[in-house]
Write a protein that binds this ligand. Structure first.
Ligand SMILES: Nc1ccn([C@@H]2O[C@H](COP(=O)(O)OP(=O)(O)OP(=O)(O)O)[C@@H](O)[C@H]2O)c(=O)n1
Ligand SMILES: C[C@](O)(CO)[C@H](O)COP(=O)(O)O
Length: 246
């Protein structure tokens, strides 16, 4: 997609009084220690193309109307990504930003790149979730526009136990949800949350925002895998080949 195609395709949401642009921060600043590969897992091939390219392409889909795409990368991996973009003839306009020592720091760096945007709904998405259905992205943006903060999540399919000093105990899984991305927020709200100090309890953006604003849950999808360990990549290849849900 060329730059003009992306901007033509970008149809900002119109509410009754205002136009609210959609922007996205795709965090791919991690090193992939659990994958144990020879390079960060966001660059591994998934059906012949880098995981991160699959992810980026979803957010660049014209129907979503995303006007600005930020990609956060490890500072020492800019040249690798440039090379991959050349090899795969990537035409999707995006801004590359250096990540930090934690996911929180990477999101914060991505947000800083959006300093020129006064209003908007921002999606934060893991670069290693390449199979997110467009309907999940659309519904999460729409819910954040209405409620300020919305994230994708799914019910657990397995029984769940908590750990105690005595051993373990059953948890009521009907009261639990597994959290995914995208996680979408009013831009000003996300900025306020990320201006507060980092806590060790932060695991995602909802945990950063929730002291300031309630989080709305949107139906995620079991195909919205996070590529974390080697078997995730195998599963993603099968799902992608079968074009499950797409
Ligand atoms: N400092 C970091 C750490 C993580 N991430 C991103 O956050 C997402 C979720 O993180 P995770 O799956 O934990 O990725 P890694 O940190 O790369 O993996 P690991 O924890 O196994 O090292 C990934 O897209 C990852 O690139 C990031 O942008 N900056
Ligand atoms: C943000 C996230 O993908 C939601 O499930 C998850 O919390 C990332 O966790 P990780 O430990 O960085 O993989």
């Amino acid at each position: 997609m060329t730059e003009s195609e992306l901007s033509n395709a970008a149809m900002p949401l119109a509410t009754s009084a205002a136009i609210v642009p959609r922007v996205a921060i795709i965090v791919a600043g991690g090193s992939g220690t659990r994958m144990g590969a020879d390079r960060p897992k966001q660059f591994l091939a998934l059906n012949g193309e880098p995981v991160l390219l699959h992810t980026l392409r979803r957010f660049a889909t014209p129907a979503l109307g995303v006007t600005t795409l930020i990609v956060v990368l490890p500072p020492d991996q800019f040249a690798s990504w440039t090379q991959l973009c050349a090899t795969h003839q990537v035409q999707i306009p995006h801004v590359v930003v250096a990540g930090g020592a934690s996911r929180w720091a990477s999101v914060r760096n991505g947000l800083a790149e959006l300093a020129g945007h006064s209003t908007g709904v921002v999606a934060v998405h893991d670069g290693v979730r390449p199979l997110t259905p467009l309907s999940v992205i659309e519904n999460t943006y729409a819910a954040a526009l209405e409620h300020g903060a919305a994230i994708a999540a799914v019910p657990p399919k397995d029984s769940v136990r908590g750990l105690s000093q005595q051993g373990s105990y059953a948890l009521d899984r009907s009261r639990l949800r597994l959290v995914q991305t995208p996680q979408c927020f009013d831009l000003e709200l996300l900025r306020r949350a990320y201006n507060l100090p980092e806590l060790s309890t932060f695991t995602d953006d909802a945990s950063v925002v929730e002291d300031l604003h309630p989080i709305r849950l949107v139906a995620g999808d079991y195909c919205n895998l996070k590529i974390t360990t080697p078997e995730d990549l195998l599963l993603a290849e099968v799902l992608l080949r079968q074009e499950v849900k797409f």
